[in-house]
Ligand binder design. Structure first.
Ligand code: RIB
Ligand code: CA
Length: 305
């Protein structure tokens, strides 16, 4: 087997985050060096508790979990319990966490990246990007350790947001952080709203997951029972697309783009302006995917956990 890819997952679990975390835990290609939590879908206490419980259920309570930012760099935000439930996991009660928190996220990112070799760490950002932005502000030189940043965020359509007309949730919550991370100059892959919608799951897929009858698959199915109610036709599993793009990049149409993030405080705040064919190749966006094979890979991996 090729060398494992060292990843850090920065997350606001969150139901689709939960599946991304399960998927990463089920993938031997990945070495999860740390999980850092951020406020987003629900508040920081719940996202942190959820992360600890999720890795506990997956049998990976040895993964360090670091509590991160409880608010964006600027202004405030609105949590989305209507989509993720009051507890952030669709009301599903998981077994109590077996591990404890391992200290503040920004300190952990600086220590981990500061001691890692050049280009050796992949950052998986599936919530507001506040933690990495704070770490980069405090110690910009840690960027050299980041080989790639995979982001769930943004929309190909500049008026195709899911939070405002112009902005996707993760970027809308903290557009300034997203701009700081973008300007760190590291290779990036973006998984925007549209590619997740293309790979949406339906009740039949959910029935296949439930039939697996293993703890993580059962918990995921129960969470998705709540989550799927927020969608009219099929549920977009946004965050797992980042992990799937790492596991099977051949299933994605990755296009080189230039990217500009609107970090203003106007109605277009959080807008992601992708320009295909521009840029130096550092930034790529998943324009589409082989949806059936993406859904099958996700199901197969969750079934193995
Ligand atoms: O817009 C989708 C993103 O916002 C996902 O990361 C979801 O978990 C929420 O955080
Ligand atoms: Ca998320």
């Amino acid at each position: 087997m090729a060398a494992k890819r060292s990843i850090v997952v920065d997350t606001d679990p969150g139901i689709d985050d939960a599946l991304a975390i399960f998927l990463a835990c089920a993938s031997p290609e990945l070495d999860i060096r740390a999980i850092t939590t951020v406020a987003g879908n629900v508040g920081i206490n719940r996202t942190t508790r959820n992360a600890l419980q999720l890795i506990g259920l997956a049998g990976r309570s040895g993964i360090p979990v670091h509590r991160g930012a409880d608010r964006p760099l600027r202004g405030t935000w609105t949590t989305i319990e209507d989509i993720h439930g009051q507890n952030g996991l669709g009301g599903v009660t998981l077994p109590g966490a077996t591990g404890a928190e391992s200290g503040p996220a920004v300190d952990a990112l600086i220590a981990l990246l500061g001691s890692a070799g050049p280009d050796s760490i992949t950052m998986v950002l599936i919530g507001p990007q506040t933690n990495l932005a704070l770490a980069l502000r405090r110690k910009p030189e840690i960027a050299r350790a980041i080989g790639e940043i995979v982001v769930m965020g943004g929309s190909l359509d500049p008026a195709g947001g899911n939070t405002t007309r112009f902005a996707e949730f993760n970027i809308h919550v903290d557009p300034l952080a997203a701009e700081i991370v973008l300007k760190a100059g590291r290779p990036m892959i973006w998984a925007p709203l549209e590619v997740a919608r293309q790979a949406s799951i339906d009740p039949l897929w959910l029935d296949l997951l439930r039939a697996v009858d293993r703890p993580c698959a059962a918990a995921a199915a129960d969470m998705l029972d709540f989550y799927i109610r927020s969608f009219s036709r099929g549920a977009a599993l946004y965050d797992p697309l980042t992990i799937l793009a790492l596991l099977a990049p051949e299933l994605f149409d990755l296009r080189a783009v230039a990217l500009e993030i609107d970090a203003s405080e106007t109605e277009t705040a959080g807008q992601t302006r992708f320009r295909p064919g521009a840029g130096d190749g550092r930034i790529r966006v998943a324009a589409s995917c082989k949806a059936d094979r993406v859904r099958t890979l996700l199901l197969d991996r969750l079934a193995a956990l």
